[in-house]
Ligand binder design. Structure first.
Ligand code: AP5
Length: 218
């Protein structure tokens, strides 16, 4: 099954993607996570992406598309995948469609939109903390660890992402409205879009997501 998850920064894409991908036994492919790994490890890809990420801008399409093509070619993605954070604009969506058709003779099964309002997104992102070791995502109010700044799962140190400062969050939301929101209409016109309310407890959102995806599971 080939799924795209779309929604504003902080909608809970990463949080939901891990449950959905594990439930459907497909790999979760997060372009944001791949970029952050490369920035942390000071690779050439990380060097190309870093300044854009720090500002909250999109990394240029040619860099992102090449990275996604390489990742989709890996063994574990041949029978399906859940893309989290890609595509991020209409040109990336068009390239993905062509890439799937020409290289795999495949197409997307469904695009799942997580719908959350802007105030909630800002609350979620400003309280987000991530584990340096296992990358588990926490929230200081909504999903707090038992000990401050320590991951319950692995004991790793929790940190706040560089792009989660209030001014960068606002800029990321502008970028979403201008560049990513048009994707929703693009996929709605294609008939592949389903949207769910992504507010409320994490488990309830997961149940809604799995129920919405059920008709597409094959
Ligand atoms: P990326 O990492 O994709 O960031 P994003 O889209 O801004 O999304 P986030 O990771 O911030 O949020 P999320 O929706 O995953 O929310 P989460 O589950 O963590 O991209 C980062 C950067 O990389 C981009 O700015 C760009 O520069 C670059 N990039 C990536 N892809 C690109 C592309 N295709 N093209 C070009 N550039 C690209 O949840 C947030 C918080 O809320 C957490 O604390 C969580 O615990 C909490 N939470 C989650 N669900 C709930 C709930 N139901 N109730 C209460 N709290 C909740």
């Amino acid at each position: 099954m080939r799924i795209v998850l779309v929604g504003p920064p902080g909608a809970g894409k990463g949080t939901q993607a891990q449950f959905i991908a594990s439930h459907l036994a497909i790999p979760r492919i997060s372009t944001g996570d791949i970029f952050r790994y490369n920035v942390t490890n000071r690779t050439e890809l990380g060097r190309q992406a870093r300044e854009f990420m720090e500002r909250g801008d999109l990394v240029p399409d040619e860099v992102t598309v090449a990275m996604v093509r390489t990742r989709l070619s890996e063994e574990d993605a041949q029978e399906g995948f859940l893309l989290d954070g890609y595509p991020r604009n209409v040109p990336q969506a068009v390239i993905l469609e062509k890439m799937l058709a020409s290289e795999w003779g495949a197409k997307l099964d469904v695009v799942l939109e997580l719908v959350v309002d802007e105030d909630e997104v800002v609350r979620r992102l400003s309280g987000r903390r991530t584990c340096r070791v296992c990358e588990r995502v926490w929230h200081v109010l909504y999903d707090p660890p038992a000990r401050v700044a320590v991951c319950d799962d692995c004991g790793g140190e929790l940190f706040q992402r560089d792009d989660d400062s209030e001014s960068t969050i606002r800029h990321r939301l502008e970028v979403y409205t201008l560049q990513t929101a048009p994707l929703v209409s693009f996929y709605a016109d294609e008939g592949t879009l389903i949207g769910i309310d992504a507010t409320g407890p994490v488990e309830e959102v997961t149940s809604r997501a799995l129920a919405a995806l059920r008709p597409f599971v094959h």
